[in-house]
Ligand binder design. Structure first.
Ligand code: SF4
Length: 503
């Protein structure tokens, strides 16, 4: 085997971790013999096996992994049962807290040296490495081992995995979007360099010499899956991306604004589709596009391919004017789009303009209603707590959602964090932002800066939280949309949710 891509715990067990899966697909697409091992999936199945006699656990696993279309309330109850089982992890591992998407250790997660110290005395991952890795390594003898770290929730296990490989004299390369983001826009990359002996943040370029940076995703093929375990999903969800960066690249708070926008060739998607094994195709997979935002012309290019392969798909779109084209949205639905993740962000034009979102609330409303009428599920992303956001601007957001509630299937309510690297940092004075220092640990990694604003004594984050709790969700129909949006297994399962009027 040329490459073995390892994804450490924990990532949600509902779909393959995107960065690792896409990397493995790209290596395969370029003709390399590549295996993909989702150690997080293995980790969760071990926990579930330990709880198999707990009432309701097996039934919930069967429901979540065997139902092609979920009923929102039954899904809620099944996910809740599993969540309670995951909570039991603390009993056998005091101080550790496990959910369906996170594992919090009894040490600050932003401090790699502290995590390393903790693992020297308390490493809950060792039994997993011992049970899974030696057999895979001796059977496939990979020439290169890649550890993909996309989320903070993986960092502790990634450090443990790196130590395990080092102790056995096995070389590895650590990479992934968390390490890349810290390198490009965060603080503390040097701390990671002390923890992982070999890091590569080239986004694939160093692995495939001769291929222009970013274009390694032009060729994709279904990788060799080395886990025998199934994902907790009624249909396989396959993450892919057709671009790096964002075609808009305008939002003042975007940490990735400097990233060059590169579109992949759609022939890579065709190549990937043609390579999916028959037994996966029989389960009617759904493609989860991870692009920051898919422009309309990009979706137009995907539509005939999706139709040809009978493919269902979903992904992010900016609800801008050119999307407010109902005949296009109907065509999009007919070609297999089952959900749009729409960054509506807010309902006040002046607020959106101040931060250069490039979206008008009237257009967002129009896109929402058009998508819902076409039968496409809508997953609406709202952002509260932008610096200087006023009560009446928040109210406009509430009003927008209230007026379009029949078209709002799921809601993602975020509270603004200020990235350490974005235009707002350089224009802090203009936006009345006072940049604070972390009073936390000096040797901690950081992607965000604490801040307050000069024109309010109140923290924007606290004000936003109070508004969401006391005002936004006081509208019964909005509360229903929030309740319909599961806390666990989010984007993967939402596309499979049975919503009246949607395809
Ligand atoms: S739409 Fe998202 S990715 Fe694009 S510039 Fe705005 S914040 Fe960044």
């Amino acid at each position: 085997m040329d490459f073995l891509v390892l994804s450490p715990p924990v990532c949600p067990p509902s779909e393959p971790p995107s960065g690792a899966f896409i990397l493995a697909s790209a290596l395969c697409g370029h003709g390399y013999d590549t295996g993909f091992l989702d150690l997080s999936l293995e980790f969760y199945h071990r926990i579930l096996t330990q709880h198999s006699t707990t009432p309701g656990v097996l039934r919930s696993v069967d429901y979540l992994s065997g139902t092609p279309q979920y009923d929102p309330m039954t899904h809620r109850s099944a996910a809740g049962t599993l969540h309670r089982a995951f909570k039991g992890y603390s009993k056998s591992h005091p101080g550790w807290t496990l959910t369906a998407m996170d594992l919090t250790p009894p040490a600050p997660v932003h401090q790699p040296s502290g995590l390393l110290r903790l693992l020297l005395t308390d490493d809950p991952f060792l039994p997993l490495w011992n049970a899974t890795l030696p057999s895979v390594l001796s059977r496939y003898r990979p020439r290169r081992i890649l550890i993909s770290v996309a989320y903070l929730s993986q960092l502790t296990a990634a450090i443990s995995l790196a130590r395990f490989l080092e102790r056995h004299g096995i070389e590895y390369i650590a990479g992934g979007s968390l390490l890349r983001s810290l390198h490009a826009t965060g603080k503390g990359f040097n701390l990671l360099e002390r923890t992982f002996h070999n890091i590569d943040v080239s986004n694939g370029a160093n692995l495939l010499p001769g291929i222009e940076a970013g274009h390694f995703l032009d060729k994709l093929a279904y990788p060799q899956i080395l886990s025998q375990q199934s994902y907790l999903s009624g249909r396989p969800i396959l993450p892919l991306t057709l671009s790096i960066g964002c075609y808009w690249s305008g939002c003042l708070f975007c940490p990735d604004k400097d990233m060059k926008y590169i579109q992949m060739k759609t022939t890579g998607l065709e190549q990937f589709m043609a390579s999916i094994p028959q037994h996966v195709l029989q389960q009617r997979p759904v493609i989860h596009f991870l692009d920051s935002a898919m422009p309309k012309n990009r979706l137009r290019a995907v539509m005939p391919i999706a139709k040809h392969f009978g493919l269902h798909f979903y992904g992010f779109a900016r609800p801008e004017k050119r999307f407010a084209d109902h005949s296009f949205l109907r065509e999009l639905a007919r070609s297999g789009c089952v959900m749009l993740q729409l960054g509506v962000e807010g309902g006040n034009d002046a607020l959106l303009s101040r931060f250069n979102k490039g979206i008008h609330p009237d257009d967002a409303k129009n896109v929402l209603t058009g998508a819902a009428e076409a039968g496409i599920r809508t997953y609406v992303y709202l952002l509260f707590g932008l610096p200087g956001e006023t009560v009446s601007e928040r109210e406009d957001t509430r009003r927008l959602i209230s007026e379009t509630i029949d078209a709002v299937d799921f809601l993602n309510l975020s509270i603004f964090n200020l990235p350490r690297h974005c235009d707002l940092i350089h224009r802090a004075k203009e936006f009345n932002i006072i940049l604070n220092k972390y009073d936390a640990l000096a040797d901690a990694i950081e992607l965000y800066r604490p801040f307050k604003t000069t024109n309010s004594s109140e923290s924007p984050r606290r004000a936003a939280r109070e508004f969401i709790t006391n005002r936004f969700t006081s509208d019964d129909r909005i509360r229903q949309a929030v309740l319909r949006t599961p806390k666990w297994f989010r984007a993967a399962h939402l596309a499979l949710m049975n919503i009246s009027g949607r395809n």
